[in-house]
Design a protein around this ligand. Structure first.
Ligand SMILES: [Zn+2]
Length: 60
């Protein structure tokens, strides 16, 4: 069936696609996936936390 064929193609594409670091777009590395390094993982966490704090302050 058409739908099943498309789904299978998507799975293959996802497997081929190498994950990139959302912070600096370098290739992801274990064990920091999806980030490339501990530094990038920490930066993203800090960014995420400050965004949360900003939203909390704004809604209050
Ligand atoms: Zn990175």
């Amino acid at each position: 069936m058409e739908v099943k064929k498309t789904f299978n193609n998507n799975v293959i594409q996802l497997k081929k696609k190498k994950p990139k670091c959302p912070n600096c777009t370098k290739p992801s590395k274990e064990p920091f996936v999806p980030f490339c390094s501990k530094n990038c993982a920490n930066r993203d966490l800090i960014k995420w936390l400050s965004d949360e704090n900003y939203i909390n302050v704004k809604t209050d």
